[in-house]
Design a protein. Structure first.
Lengths: 578, 235
């Protein structure tokens, strides 16, 4: 791959990393001479619809944003089997590496980094984008001290299995808001919780919660109280510790709701460090479990920086401190953003709409629709109770929005299926989520084949519907025919009769004779029906279900003239004897 | 035992990374493996797991220690394979298998594929999911309902082949005539409730039950590979 030039423009220079979905290269943009990062979808996923969608989603999300604290998308492309995104190249380290190297950062540096992360998030939130995976591994610090947030719009967990030991999962869980740990919906305040954790980590050099397994960590985010920042690092202004506490409140409503509010409090904390102005007193730290703070970084990303790089870092740190202290003095590079590359549209708000009007709204937005049904005790039948993705999500035209339509209350009266065809009955049952189960055995009936004769439970019984729809067993008609007397018919007449009555011809035997007048006529017939898997032979004139099996014997000319040929089958006697 | 099985690629995946273990004989050995990991790793891990477990246990009389050791051996083989070949790095697989003799059935289980027992009109999940959310449900952090929709519900806490060691869950179940077992990958139980499984497996012929469950899982999304195996104790 190295040396390859994509679309005659991006020359791949160096392999810099791999994710679950993509390989990342440093490349040179031949047109501008700039360094860029090219993220190539792993070629083995080019056929995989799920990965393609995820890759496109990342591109769409990124294309909506342009901010100096975000790793910006510059271009997208495809060459042959290679699908790729061109992103800004950040020459530097992750914030995680910096903290591992340096330990706790000076409060003012930590504060300035947090303000920049919040500035990026403000931009994202205003565009309706929740990051969902803010962690110090996703914050890049370049050698000039510029801060950039990466990995917006990446599907967090694949549909396929992932093992929890991976750095990626462990890394994310350390920054999880309680609602994420619980799998509840995330909001902008969830991102701000994670910024609180990053700020905590910068101020103390350690994570608020740690443990051996992701479960242990997630549980602490839900219910344990982190040690106060000032207890670990007394140099931190109390006001800043209070900001951390507020950002990391277990209760989403008590947290900062907007990135800009948190950023303002951080700035003020540097000017008024005592913190009495920030309403709430810092919580007394009561570690819920003993082992909580004993281990740090045991399972997180390993420090990968080599000794020699330390020197670079120290130099970088000086620059970083200088540029961060002079807040507005940073001159940002002119980065061209190619926005609106992708045809995009927004998911409409269709909750509580009727299926009909939701369909209209979704089609109007240029999206496809997939309908699921669920029982709901509150929402009336036919109204939308859920939509995915949510309102305002940026989607590519022709993408599918999945809506879930109420099938009404959980309990439903079983409809009457008797006398319907099975096909009709199944359509009806599907509407309520009932599972229609035909019994293996049909019944003899004058009703047409496949007509429902009986149902159990009967119509009117209250049953669970929707997702947990109950089974209704039905007995289907096997139709009814009278077995015809075929002997003496010509072969063609017999076959026609067999077809008309929907009998199943299972065998046609030839019976050799010398009598020319008999040739081509049916010599014998034999009928079989199956009951409980057992073959029962039947008589002419008997009334049986359709699809009874029939064997006929037809006379053919004896070509051998030998009376006693061994391979001539014995004639079937029973019917002709009558 | 009478065995009925189905495996399907699903609606979106490019490959079927699930594999079935179907080893008849005096001591039948049956199971499901759900591979994971990029590239071709997932297919290879699950195929290796069913093939090698079959080979390791072939002819032996079911025994708990033997089963646990067998899974450990298979684990190590797969783990070594991915160390050898960079393209396979990160591969692993779940493995849920049953091994029968005249009186009993042994379960060996790693990961989040499931073994259900259908007996006396009830369905019971015998295997414990080795997954992050299942652990959180067991210690009371999450409710079962929350777990169902948790975005991390696919994060499993152990797998065959991803590390040097594995702690397989082994269980012995008394064999009873009329019992039915269902082993399936998450591609099935993500879409089919236990209630539905019970109704279908209990009341209808295995072939029909298997077809209906597979069809429904596909209809409802089929985002993952779908594999299921029904074992009926006939004598």
């Amino acid at each position: 791959m190295i040396g390859k030039v994509l679309d005659q423009r991006y020359e791949l220079v160096e392999f810099i990393g791999k994710g679950g979905m993509a390989l990342v290269y440093r490349a040179e943009d031949k047109r501008t001479g700039h360094q860029v990062a090219v993220k190539i979808l792993r070629p083995e996923f080019i056929e995989d619809q799920e990965f393609l969608e995820r890759f496109d989603r990342e591109a769409q999300t990124a294309s909506k944003m342009s901010h100096h604290n975000i790793v910006n998308l510059l271009d997208i492309g495809q060459e042959g089997d290679l699908r790729y995104l061109v992103m800004e190249y950040v020459n530097g380290h992750t914030l995680k590496d910096v903290i591992l190297q340096k330990g706790a950062l000076p409060s003012n540096v930590a504060a300035q980094i947090a303000i920049r992360i919040l500035s990026a998030l403000r931009h994202a939130h205003e565009n309706g984008i929740i990051h969902r995976d803010i962690k110090s591994q996703n914050i890049l610090v370049n050698h000039d001290g510029h801060i950039k947030v990466s990995d917006f719009g990446i599907a967090r967990v694949a549909g396929s299995n992932t093992i929890s030991r991976t750095d990626n999962v462990m890394g994310s869980v350390h920054y999880f808001s309680p609602e994420q740990a619980k799998g509840a919906p995330v909001t902008y305040a969830s991102d701000l919780y994670s910024v609180g954790v990053v700020l905590y980590e910068m101020l103390t050099g350690q994570l608020p919660f740690d443990g051996e397994t992701p479960v242990a960590i997630a549980m602490q985010h839900i219910s344990a109280q982190a040690k106060n920042v000032c207890e670990i690092n007394p140099a931190v202004p109390p006001a800043l510790a209070r900001v951390v506490n507020k950002a990391m409140d277990k209760n989403m409503d008590q947290r900062y709701q907007r990135a800009v509010d948190m950023a303002q409090d951080i700035k003020r904390a540097l000017e008024e460090p005592d913190g009495t102005w920030l309403g709430r007193l810092p919580d007394k730290a009561v570690p819920a479990t003993e082992e909580k703070h004993t281990e740090t970084f045991s399972t997180t990303t390993k420090l990968k920086l080599k000794q020699e790089k330390k020197k670079t870092w120290i130099k970088g740190a000086t620059v970083l401190a200088l540029s961060l202290v002079s807040l507005f003095a940073i001159v940002f590079g002119s980065i061209k953003i190619y926005d609106n590359i992708i045809r995009s549209t927004e998911a409409p708000y269709v909750l509580d709409e009727t299926l009909e009007s939701a369909t209209r709204m979704i089609e109007k937005a240029g999206l496809k629709i997939e309908i699921r049904r669920v029982s709901d005790d509150v929402k009336p039948v036919g109204t939308v109770v859920m939509q995915s993705p949510e309102y305002g999500t940026v989607m590519r035209k022709d993408e599918t929005i999945v809506i879930t339509v109420s099938t009404g209350p959980q309990m439903k009266e079983a409809p009457n299926f008797v006398n319907m065809s099975f096909e009709e009955a199944k359509t009806e049952a599907d509407i309520y989520g009932f599972i229609l189960l035909p019994l293996g055995e049909r019944k003899l009936s004058s009703k047409a084949w496949d007509t429902v004769l009986e149902q159990n439970p009967p119509a009117g019984t209250m049953l669970k519907s929707g997702e947990a729809g109950e089974v209704i067993q039905v007995t289907l008609s096997g139709g009814s025919i009278v077995l015809p007397y075929l002997v003496g018919m010509t072969k063609d007449e017999a076959l026609q009769t067999i077809q008309q009555l929907q009998l199943k011809l299972v065998n046609l035997i030839e019976y050799e004779v010398n009598d020319a007048t008999q040739i081509g006529r049916v010599a014998a017939q034999q009928y079989v029906v199956y009951e409980n898997g057992e073959a029962i032979s039947c008589q002419v004139g008997q009334e049986v279900m359709q699809q009874a099996e029939v064997t006929i014997a037809v006379y053919v000319l004896d070509t051998t003239n030998t009376e006693s040929r061994r391979d001539v089958p014995a004639p079937i006697r029973e019917e002709t004897a009558q | 035992m009478k065995i009925t099985s189905r495996t399907h690629i699903g609606n979106v995946r490019a490959s079927n990374q699930d594999a079935l273990l179907l080893q008849d004989g005096k001591f039948g050995l049956y199971g499901v493996a759900d591979g994971m990991g990029g590239h071709n790793g997932g297919d290879i891990a699950s195929q290796m797991a069913v093939l090698m477990l079959g080979r390791v246990l072939e002819g032996a009389k079911p025994d708990k220690e033997l089963l646990k050791g067998g899974i450990e051996e298979v684990n190590l083989l797969i783990f070594k394979e991915q160390l050898k070949n960079e393209l396979l790095s990160g591969m692993g697989t779940t493995l849920t298998a049953i091994w029968e003799d005249e009186e009993k059935l042994l379960m060996g289980h790693v990961g989040d594929s499931r073994l259900y027992l259908i007996r006396d009109g009830k369905i019971e999940q015998i295997s414990r999911d080795h997954s992050m959310v299942a652990e959180m449900v067991r210690n009371g952090t999450l409710t079962a309902e929350e777990a169902k929709h948790h975005p991390y519900r696919n994060v499993i806490t152990q797998a065959v082949g991803t590390g040097e060691s594995v702690d397989a869950e082994i269980m012995e179940i008394e064999k009873k005539r009329g019992d039915k077992y269902l082993i399936c990958s998450d591609g099935l139980y993500e879409y089919i409730s236990e209630e539905e499984m019970l109704k279908l497996v209990q009341f209808s012929p295995a072939d029909h039950a298997a077809d209906v469950m597979l069809e429904k899982a596909l209809e409802r999304g089929g985002k993952d590979n779908i594999t299921l195996l029904i074992a009926e104790v006939t004598a």
